[in-house]
Structure formats: C-alpha cells, structure tokens
Design a protein around this ligand. Structure first.
Ligand SMILES: [Zn+2]
Length: 246
C-alpha cells in the first residue's frame, strides 16, 4: 500500500547510490528507523541535497511503496547541526551517537522518547566546546546519551545496589553477565568501579543530556562509564561500536 507521510527525522547515515542518488538511514519521529532513497540528490541543482547530510534534523516527506526503501519527496531543515560538522571534536563525538542509534535501533518501530533523546543529544552537542586532549568517547554528552539509549532499550545496568545480594554499600565492580554493580563479596571478576565512577554514572543517567558537561566528570569516572556502556553493548546486543575503538 503506497502512502506519503511527513515526519521529523534525523539522518543517521547516507551513502551514494547509482549515478545521482543517495540511500539514507534515518530515524523518524513517526516510525523509528527507516531506509529511504533520495533521488537526484547528488546533482548540483537538487532541491534538497544539502539538507540530507548525517546529523541533519529535517521535516521529511516520505513516499512508501512496496519496497523496503521509501522515497524522499521533500525535506525542510529543522536544524542543520552544521556546528557539529564544522569541528573535528564535535564531529567525532557526534558520530559515536549516530552509530549507537544505528546499532540499537535496527527495526522500524516508533519511539518518541528515543527520537527526543537523539534531538536533545544533537542540540547539546551544537553547544559543546571542543575539549583538547580528551578522547571524544569520554565526552559526558555522548556518555549520557548512550546511557539513556540503554535505559530506553531495557539494557541499562542496575547500579544503585549489588545486583547479586542487594547490598547498597561497598560496590566495587560491574558484572555485565549479572547486569549490574556488585559488592566485593559477590565480585567474580567484573570491571572495577570507583566511587567516582558510580557517582558519575548516577549523574549521567539522572541528569538531562544538556546538563552532562556540568557534572564535573573526571577522566577515570568517564573511562569507567564508557566501560559500562561498551560491555552492555557487547553482552546484551552482541556488538561493538567502530567509532568507540578510535
Ligand atoms: Zn553482593
């Protein structure tokens, strides 16, 4: 059944197709992850070529025919997010967020909360000043975003008490197989967590994404938060992010 819908969407990935087209992977407000073909978009006279880059937040007209790919019938910018593309640090942080969306949301399934988290992540990243000497993967904005995606996906580890015995104090490690933090008595070779790391994780999970830079996350706490994120991906999703290995 053919139908044309207009929905807000963020372009997650784009690659050339044929002579002048592009295939886009977008995350839409109306129905989650979708594939779409933008015809003639690589011609200089294209009506909407420049609006369909990765990170672009657009209002998208999509015509759905029988095939898996929709066809883009129109695009108007909601936010260009040019500031993300114009700086190497912001770009690397942003690509981690887009890859997390691509890996966690593979199906066409509506989630207004995931769409909202994505747009808030991009808005917060527009405002982020480059952090010389910091690994993009340790940026609090993208750590906070990924922890929120894990929560929305049902993969967020339990971190406020020992997942094995319930003890609230003396947590020392994260055990991916148990899905949470453990105390010394229950630790069977988990990833060590410091008190700073536990506090940092609680802050990153609880605060709005835009407030993450103000949490004062130290380097060690950020590395531990990243360890929780990557091991949750590996254990629950069976994947790694290419952008996180850089
Ligand atoms: Zn325990």
């Amino acid at each position: 059944m053919a139908a044309t819908t207009i929905t807000e969407a963020v372009v997650l990935r784009s690659f050339p197709f044929g002579e002048a087209d592009r295939v886009l992977h977008v995350y839409t407000a109306a129905s989650g992850r979708q594939g779409a073909i933008a015809k003639g978009v690589r011609r200089t006279k294209s009506r909407f070529g420049g609006r369909l880059e990765p990170f672009s937040h657009v209002e998208l007209g999509l015509h759905r025919g029988r095939g898996e790919l929709g066809t883009v019938t129109g695009a108007s910018l909601v936010r260009s997010h040019d500031r993300i593309r114009s700086d190497g640090y912001r770009l690397q942080v942003g690509l981690i967020g887009l890859e997390a969306m691509l890996k966690l949301y593979t199906e066409e399934e509506q989630s207004s909360r995931a769409f909202l988290a994505l747009t808030r992540f991009l808005d917060a990243l527009d405002e982020r000043e480059p952090q010389p000497g910091r690994r993009p993967a340790l940026d609090p904005v993208v750590l906070s975003f990924q922890l929120k995606l894990l929560w929305l996906s049902g993969f967020l580890p339990h971190l406020s008490s020992c997942v094995e015995c319930g003890e609230a104090d003396g947590l020392v490690a994260f055990l991916p197989s148990a899905g949470g933090a453990v105390c010394a008595a229950c630790d069977t070779g988990g990833i060590p967590l410091s008190q700073d790391g536990l506090n940092g994780l609680a802050g990153l999970v609880g605060a709005p994404i835009a407030d993450a830079p103000g949490l004062g996350l130290g380097d060690r706490a950020a590395r531990e938060a990243l360890g929780v994120v990557t091991s949750s991906y590996e254990y629950h999703g069976g994947f790694r992010l290419r952008t996180l290995s850089a």
